[in-house]
Design a binder for this molecule. Structure first.
Ligand code: MSP
Length: 654
């Protein structure tokens, strides 16, 4: 029997803007599906990339006074950095400006032309450069605006090549009707069917009004319509028509997209494939939108700062962001994003339920079992093994139907049941009464339930499953072991020594976070008093003399690793140096540090240090200081604090 395989794609992203939290939604969902199939041992391929041609980009580059690629390259780098921070496990990243893509798109165009599916004509119409699409008048929003972008459309008239889309309406309809899973969810399938039934017109597939695109091979004053160019990536990246990967993975199992680009994926692309005689993808899934304040993300000025995914990752950690995205929105429907709902999910699901389960389980094993996973065999099983098996089955069913939020929610039934069992069985009472056999059974089953939850969550979360294993003291690579073996009840070895660590998810105080401010940036920790990082008072409080603070209070500090880019003395201030430091993608800061008697400026350049990044800026001797570097003061010496190994500038210190 051949191995099951799974080829999943995201849309390729436009590099004309910073991606926001809504964009990350498609990619985190696709990544979770890819990780799930890999865990199950399926032959998996996950593709993403960037869509780099078209008038829009040509104009943006010209406005910036740059060549298109010079303009695009750093944005693509930024996108790849974002995916890295989100642990997106793509197997390939395709850029439509790559030779491997351009060559094959030309090959496709040529074939369609040679067989008569592309012909020459004239196009006249209203065009939105943002969509790179023509609209008929009745499709426009009020005021003759683009219905998607609410921007004016432009009148274009040009000689154009056309694709005989009209010829493929009927065969496509037949395919959709014979394959109920081809367009998902059901509402989108109905939308596509009724659109095709109205009749398809031939599609203009070349442009002469600008040059930033792939030239039509037999008529190079035309460039190929950017959507035809972009859609083909799903095949060109695999080496269409005869590459090994193409043979191995085509047709795609899933094109995961937002609902705004459904018609391109469920009509134009399949029609091109039909014309090429290639098999159609098994499923085009159009998910809903993540909205903010009832509108599209990215339209809201006020929200734009808060919904930068990198800021959220820095503030809450990658798994909190990933968890929120897959859990909050019923997959397929629209959902609302707010930082407050993210924090509530963090506090209730992650800190209270999951974090607490692991925390109390390891604490009780330490207290009652000498820190070793106890032997359960002396007492009858609890119901947890059965609940775990049932939950696993539900997770699998939901994943097969791409119901990500339901799959994740199912895991919480196991977590909830395990927490409840602890409350009901009251291990502290069992211990007091000397019922050690039952105590061992309860604590073993609860620990095993936590381990099960770690494996079940491994498609969605990228750090937490490993941290749970680590706290249980279990040194097994859960991703290598995979789904079936990992989900064998009783795998956790008796006698393993637990390693209690930090709580998995510190709670965030919602009230203080949202009272009047814009979140964690509000209110710096303690007064700065004017001296940045140096010999301020000369008197250090004795260790332990400072008043106790809570973890939430500590969490208000935004400590970041920085790289020192420049250092120079501050004229007239013999203790101070003015430094320029880099926070990586978080930009640069100027900081004044009282370390001039301890460091030569040139010795500092290139070093890493730790910055209190959310300290209220202050002027020191007339020079602005945007934060403070941490330094250890030891008997007259001042020594900068730095990470033990080099890390990416901007990394959080906690
Ligand atoms: N370049 C085209 C796709 C070409 S595919 C051959 C494109 N790029 S995009 O950058 O504008 O959007 C990429 C993806 O992000 C799309 O699936 C889009 O639906 C999704 N989203 C953008 N904003 C979104 C939300 N607010 N919510 C959910 N998904 C959103 O389209």
């Amino acid at each position: 029997m051949s191995r099951q395989r799974f080829y999943v794609t995201t849309p390729i992203y436009y590099p004309n803007d910073k991606l926001h939290i809504g964009h990350t939604y498609t990619t985190v969902a696709a990544d979770s599906l890819a990780r799930y199939h890999r865990l199950r041992g399926h032959d998996t391929w996950f593709l993403t990339g960037t869509d780099e041609h078209g008038l829009n980009l040509q104009r943006a580059a010209a406005q910036a006074g740059k060549e298109p690629l010079e303009y695009i390259d750093p944005i693509v780098e930024w996108i790849q950095h974002l995916w890295k921070r989100l642990h997106i496990s793509y197997d390939d990243f395709i850029r439509t400006t790559e030779e491997r893509h351009k060559r094959r798109v030309q090959q496709i165009f040529q074939k369609l032309y040679d067989q008569g599916d592309i012909y020459k004509g004239t196009y006249r119409g209203l065009y939105c450069v943002r969509c790179e699409a023509y609209y008929s008048e009745d499709e426009l929003a009020e005021g003759n605006l683009c219905p998607i972008h609410q921007r004016p459309v432009e009148w274009l008239e040009e000689e154009s090549y056309f694709f005989r889309l009209s010829k493929y309406g009927e065969p496509l309809l037949a395919h959709i009707e014979a394959n109920p899973d081809f367009v998902r969810p059901e509402s989108r399938r109905n939308e596509v069917i009724s659109f095709i039934r109205q009749g398809l017109e031939d599609l203009s597939v070349s442009r002469t009004s600008f040059s930033w695109g792939i030239p039509v091979p037999f008529d190079p004053k035309h460039v190929i319509y950017v959507w035809v160019d972009a859609l083909a990536n799903y095949a060109t990246a695999l080496g269409y028509p005869d590459g090994d990967l193409y043979r191995r993975f085509w047709p795609a199992d899933l094109h995961l997209i937002g609902k705004d680009i459904l018609r391109f994926h469920a009509i134009i692309w399949p029609a091109i494939l039909l014309a090429l005689g290639e098999p159609l993808p098994r499923c085009v899934y159009g998910h809903g939108w993540l909205l903010i304040d009832g509108g599209k993300i990215g339209k809201s000025r006020a929200g734009s700062q808060v919904i930068d995914p990198l800021t959220l990752i820095d503030r809450y950690g990658v798994d909190v962001v990933r968890y929120f995205l897959v859990r909050e929105v019923p997959f397929g429907a629209d959902g609302t994003y707010s930082e407050e709902s993210l924090v509530r999910r963090l506090n209730s699901d992650l800190a209270n339920d999951l974090g607490n389960l692991v925390w109390r389980t390891t604490a009780m094993i330490e207290r009652f079992c000498g820190g070793l996973i106890p032997d359960p065999s002396g007492a009858p099983a609890t119901d947890l093994a059965q609940v775990a098996a049932e939950v696993r089955r539900r997770v699998e069913q939901h994943m097969d139907r791409f119901e990500l939020n339901l799959a994740v929610a199912a895991v919480w039934d196991l977590i909830g049941r395990a927490n409840k069992l602890v409350d009901e069985a009251a291990p502290w009472e069992l211990n007091r009464r000397g019922e050690h056999a039952r105590l061992g059974r309860v604590l073993y089953d609860v620990a095993e339930a936590a381990r099960f939850a770690a494996v079940l969550l491994a498609p969605f979360l990228v750090e937490t499953p490993e941290r749970i294993y680590d706290q249980l003291g279990y040194d097994e690579d859960l991703r290598a072991v995979g789904w079936d073996a990992g989900l064998t009840w009783g795998r956790l070895p008796v006698g393993t020594r637990v390693r209690r660590g930090e709580p998995l998810f510190p709670r965030v105080d919602v009230e203080s976070l949202f009272a009047g401010g814009d979140g964690a940036g509000e209110g710096s920790a303690g007064g700065q008093g004017g001296s940045a990082g140096g010999e301020a008072s000369g008197q250090e409080p004795a260790a332990g003399a400072a008043p106790e603070i809570t973890i939430e209070e500590f969490a208000r500090l935004d400590l970041r690793v920085v790289r020192i880019l420049e250092a120079e003395p501050v004229p007239g201030a013999d203790r101070l140096l003015k430094l320029k430091v880099s926070l990586g993608s978080g930009g640069e800061r100027q900081v004044v540090a009282g370390i001039a008697r301890h460091y030569q400026p040139e010795d500092l350049v290139g070093r890493q240090a730790v910055l209190v990044a959310n300290l209220k800026p202050a002027r020191i001797r007339g020079v602005e200081s945007q934060g403070m570097l941490l330094a250890a003061a030891d008997d007259g010496r001042v020594v900068l604090v730095a990470p033990e190994q080099a890390v990416n500038p901007g990394s959080k210190v906690r």
